[in-house]
Design a protein around this ligand. Structure first.
Ligand code: PLP
Length: 400
């Protein structure tokens, strides 16, 4: 029975847990799903009850709208289950989920390490606001090892940020090695785990705080923005939750409800999209116009062994590098001609997307040159044969 007497066991499969997590009967009144509970004011039975409840600000206790309600708590439970953590906080966007833990663990005079392949707006936050507040960031080669990480750490390094694989360039990081070096120096390890979702279990690999853009596969339908910050330790929870609350972070219950709906079918969507993407990626790799396909699950990927060691699967986002002779204008025209792919940012929805990456990649520690014009593909739930036919027609317009 999917109720509070029988929470899903961690030994059960991912699909089972996504079907049953976050459904205590007290929240559903007997219905299958938790409803949308909107609210600011929570009414207390007495003044004394109010004082008592205020003591439970780190628990799922309703005291005011910003403390969350049943719909938030259901999604928190589902996200904690996805990430294998003890507590999750839901915020309005994936970017907010990056900002909250950075602000929680960094103060003026501190130093942070961030991979050169980090999600662009995270770099923007470090180079803009955080730098302005006297927080220094060193961007590092995402392929750094344990000794290399140790060499980059300074006495004031408080955060080592990771994202694996990297945005647009798909380098797989040795997160456990980086985490060992960070922890030896007393720094916290933060990870943007959006690509990995449940395929990378952050807390089994030394991560302290895991960030997800729920906007992607959890929502899954390209119609809601949400983010989550997950931890696996009571002290980290108090730090992250306090800062999120102090800054007034909140997510709409309507959006949380849509994310809950998405989460129930995420395992099956992800499985299908992942299979479709691998089929498309393998096909692309064999085409004369294509120089390289940047997909960690392909044996040709430089960190494929690391991927096999730490991930249980891939999602459906990867990169394609064309032959050096292809011009940017030719690539743009080929992408513009695709019929089944939308040209747009974000990913994780049911529909396919294509986006040029050449010229949009920012690098300061490593070379941004991929050796040819590149673009990123997100593969949706369309039939792979149709997707391949669409790509085949586009590639035919390019010099081989
Ligand atoms: C999309 C994305 C985010 C940000 O999510 P939003 O909800 O769009 O703010 C963060 N990290 C990665 C890796 C992303 O792809």
């Amino acid at each position: 029975m999917p109720d509070d007497r029988h929470p899903p066991s961690t030994t059960m499969g991912f699909s089972t847990r996504m079907s049953h997590a976050g459904r205590p009967s007290v929240r559903t009144h007997g219905f299958v799903n938790t409803g949308v509970h909107r609210g600011s004011t929570v009414l207390y039975p007495s003044c004394e009850a109010r004082r008592e409840l205020a003591k439970h600000r780190f628990e799922q206790v309703m005291t005011y709208g910003t403390a969350g309600g049943p719909t938030h708590y259901a999604l928190e439970d589902v996200v904690a289950e996805i990430e294998g953590g003890s507590h999750a906080m839901i915020v309005g966007t994936g970017l907010a989920a990056i900002a909250v833990p950075l602000l929680a663990y960094l103060k003026t005079g501190d130093h942070m390490l961030m991979p050169d392949s980090v999600y662009g707006p995270a770099r923007g936050l470090a180079e803009g606001m955080l730098r302005g507040w006297g927080i220094e960031t060193t961007f590092y080669d995402p392929l750094v090892d344990e000794a290399g990480t140790t060499a980059l750490i300074r006495p004031n390094t408080k955060v080592v940020f990771t994202e694996s694989p990297g945005s647009h360039t798909f380098e797989v990081q040795d997160v456990p090695a980086i985490a060992r070096a960070a922890h030896a120096a007393g720094a916290k390890v933060l990870m943007d785990n959006t690509w990995g979702i449940h395929h990378f279990q952050p807390f089994q690999h030394g991560v302290d705080v895991s960030i997800q853009a729920l906007t992607k596969y959890v929502v899954g339908h390209s119609d809601v923005l949400l983010g989550s910050v997950t931890v696996n330790d009571e002290t980290d929870w108090h730090i992250v939750r306090s800062v999120g609350a102090a800054m007034g972070h909140y997510a709409s219950p309507d959006d949380c409800w849509l994310a809950l709906r998405g989460a129930r079918t995420m395992p099956v969507r992800l499985k299908q999209q992942s299979a479709n993407a691998l089929q498309v990626a393998s096909w692309l790799e064999r085409q004369p116009q294509v120089q390289r396909v940047l997909h960690p699950a392909l044996p040709s990927h430089p960190q494929h062994a690391l991927f096999r060691r730490d991930f249980t699967g891939a999602c459906s986002l990867f990169g394609v590098v064309l032959r050096p002779g292809v011009t940017e204008a030719q690539m743009f025209a080929a992408i513009d001609g695709l019929k089944l792919f939308g040209i747009g940012a974000s990913w994780g929805g049911y529909e396919s997307l294509a986006l040029p990456t050449t010229g949009f990649i920012s690098r300061t520690a490593t070379s941004p040159d991929l050796g040819g014009p590149a673009f990123r593909l997100h593969i949706g739930l369309e039939d792979p044969a149709d997707i391949i036919a669409d790509l085949k027609a586009a590639l035919a317009t390019l010099p081989g």
